[in-house]
Design a protein around this ligand. Structure first.
Ligand code: GDP
Ligand code: IMO
Ligand code: MG
Length: 430
C-alpha cells in the first residue's frame, strides 16, 4: 500500500493529530520527521483527550509502529512522561522506536532559547521556549548530542564536554546565566537513558526494511508550512523543515516511496507567536472572539491564546504548491456554523501591488491587506453530519470554493474533535 506525508498547511494546530489518528490504522508505521516537544497534537478517543508532544499520533494502534525519526529533536524527560502516561492508560508503547540519530534537547538549549527571546525584546519570535532552535543550531554546528550518544557514558561525557566548552561561556558572559557541568547533566540524563535504551534504534534501516517488505508509512509533520525554516515567514518560524520534503531527510526513506501528500487545513486560520498574519482579527472583534472561543483556540503546549483570522486562500494555494499536495483534510468546519456570512481571502494588496501568490519578500508580506470574498454561512449544527451530502448547501459550497482556490481535492471534512466526526469523501485508500 502507498505511503503518505501528512503536513500542516498554515501556522500549525490545524488538527494534524486528529487526522493522523483517524487514518493511522491504515498504515504499518507512523513516523514523526521533524520538530520536538514544541508540537502539541490532540487526539480525542471516546471522550478522552490526549495532548501529544513527542510521540507519533499512531500510538493508539498496537499494530502500528510509532517512530520518532532522525529529523526530530527529543527531550528525554518529556518523552518518558508521555510513555508513562500511555502505559498508565493501558496503551502499549512496545511499538515505539526512536532514531539514534535524533538530537537530544539539553537543559542549556532551553536556557538559551529563553535568554535569546528575552534579548530580542519586542522583536521576539514567541517561541515555545522548549529549546528547539538552539538544539537544531547545535546540530548544524556539529556539536549536538544524539540519542545514540546516550547509550555510551564515555561517549556522552566526551561530546558533552565539547559542547559545554562552547555553551558555558555564552551562558556566562553573554547572558549572565548559570553554567552547567558534565557531572550534573550526566546525573539527570544517564538514568533517563537507561529507561529509553529499549526504544532507541537504527530507525532508517528499520523503515527501509518495512518499505522493502511492501509496508506503508504515514509521515506525521509537526508545526506547518508557514513555520518552515526555508518556506515559512522567516524569521518568525521554527527551526526545522516542516514541509513535505522534510519527510525524506527526517526519516531516511527515499522520496520514490511516497505517493500522497495530505495537507491539513483549518477552515479558518490561527497562529501562535509573533509575525505577520494578514487575515488576523482582533480578539476584541466579534468574529475574532467567536473564532477563538467557539474554536477553543488555546495552545496544547503553552496554553497561549492563538491569534485567529478568516481563511487565507493565498497561503492555502502556496501550501498546495510547496508541499505538492494531492489531498486536503479541511478541519473545524463546524466552528464556522455560527456565522451569517464567512470571509475568505483570495488575494493581497501589498503597497498597491496585487498578489495572488505569497510574496517572497518580508516587507511585502508584512504590508499585505487581504482582499476578501464573502460567502453565505449555513447557521446550523453540522457536527453530526456523516456524509458530504448531509452538509447544508452553503457548507458544501464553502468546501468547493476552497477546492477551487487550491486546485486540490478535499478528501476529508472534519466537523468535530472526535475521530468519528469526520466526513471521508475521496480518500485514496477507501
Ligand atoms: P495539531 O497541532 O495540528 O495536531 O492541532 P492541535 O491539536 O494543536 O489543535 C487542534 C484542536 O482542534 C484540538 O483541540 C482538536 O481536538 C480540535 N479539532 C480537530 N479537528 C476538529 C474539528 O473538526 N472540529 C472541532 N471543533 N475541533 C477540532
Ligand atoms: P503543532 O505541531 C503552532 C511556533 C511558536 C513560535 C515559532 C517558533 O502543534 O502544530 P519554536 O519553539 O518552535 O522555536 O517556536 O513556532 N510553533 C507552533 N505554533 N503549533 C505548533 O506545533 C508550533 N510549534 C512551534 O509559537 O511562533
Ligand atoms: Mg498543535
Amino acid at each position: 500500500m502507498a505511503s503518505t506525508v501528512l503536513v500542516g498547511t498554515q501556522w500549525g494546530d490545524e488538527g494534524k493529530g486528529k487526522i493522523c489518528d483517524l487514518i493511522a490504522s491504515e498504515f504499518d508505521a507512523v513516523v514523526r520527521y521533524q520538530g520536538g516537544n514544541n508540537a502539541g497534537h490532540t487526539i480525542v478517543v471516546d471522550d478522552k483527550k490526549y495532548g501529544l508532544h513527542q510521540v507519533p499520533s499512531g500510538i493508539m494502534y498496537p499494530d502500528c509502529l510509532s517512530v520518532i525519526g532522525n529529523g526530530c529533536v527529543v527531550n528525554p524527560a518529556v518523552l518518558l512522561e508521555e510513555i508513562d502516561m500511555f502505559e498508565r492508560d493501558g496503551i502499549s508503547t512496545a511499538n515505539l522506536k526512536v532514531s539514534g540519530n535524533a538530537h537530544v534537547i539539553m537543559p542549556y538549549h532551553m536556557a538559551l532559547d529563553g535568554a535569546f527571546e528575552a534579548r530580542l525584546g519586542t522583536a521576539h519570535i514567541g517561541t515555545t521556549k522548549r529549546g528547539i532552535g538552539p538544539c537544531y543550531q547545535h546540530k548544524m554546528e556539529r556539536i549536538g548530542l544524539r540519542m545514540q550518544d546516550l547509550l555510551d557514558e564515555a561517549v556522552f561525557r566526551e561530546k558533552l564536554e565539547r559542547a559545554l566548552a562552547k555553551v558555558n561561556p555564552e551562558l556566562e558572559f553573554i547572558y549572565q546565566l548559570p553554567t552547567y557541568t558534565v557531572d550534573e547533566i550526566c546525573a539527570s540524563y544517564l538514568p533517563m537513558a537507561e529507561r529509553l535504551r529499549p526504544y532507541i534504534c537504527e530507525a532508517g534501516i528499520l523503515l527501509n526494511e518495512l518499505v522493502a517488505a511492501g509496508k506503508s508509512i504515514l509521515f506525521e509533520g509537526a508545526q506547518a508550512t508557514l513555520l518552515d525554516i526555508d518556506h515559512g515567514t522567516y524569521p518568525f518560524v521554527t527551526s526545522s523543515n516542516c514541509t513535505a520534503g522534510g519527510a525524506v531527510t527526517g526519516s531516511g526513506v527515499g522520496m520514490k516511496h511516497i505517493d500522497r501528500v495530505l495537507g491539513i487545513m483549518k477552515a479558518y486560520i490561527t497562529r501562535v507567536g509573533s509575525g505577520p498574519m494578514p487575515t488576523e482579527l482582533a480578539y476584541e472583534s466579534e468574529a475574532g472572539h467567536t473564532l477563538t472561543e467557539v474554536g477553543a483556540e488555546y495552545g496544547v503546549t503553552t496554553g497561549r491564546r492563538r491569534r485567529c483570522g478568516w481563511f487565507d486562500g493565498v497561503i492555502a494555494r502556496y501550501a498546495a504548491q510547496v508541499n505538492g499536495l494531492t489531498d486536503i483534510a479541511l478541519t473545524k468546519l463546524d466552528v464556522l456554523s455560527v456565522f451569517d456570512t464567512i470571509k475568505v481571502c483570495t488575494a493581497y494588496d501589498c503597497n498597491g501591488v496585487r498578489y495572488t501568490s505569497l510574496p517572497e519578500h518580508q516587507a511585502s508580506f508584512a504590508a499585505a491587506v487581504p482582499v476578501y470574498t464573502e460567502l453565505p454561512g449555513w447557521n446550523c449544527d453540522i457536527s453530526q453530519c456523516k456524509t458530504f451530502e448531509e452538509l447544508p448547501q452553503a457548507a458544501q459550497d464553502y468546501v468547493h470554493f476552497i477546492e477551487e482556490l487550491t486546485n486540490t481535492q478535499i478528501s476529508f471534512v472534519a466537523v468535530g474533535p472526535e475521530r468519528e466526526q469526520t466526513i471521508v469523501r475521496s480518500w485514496a485508500y477507501q
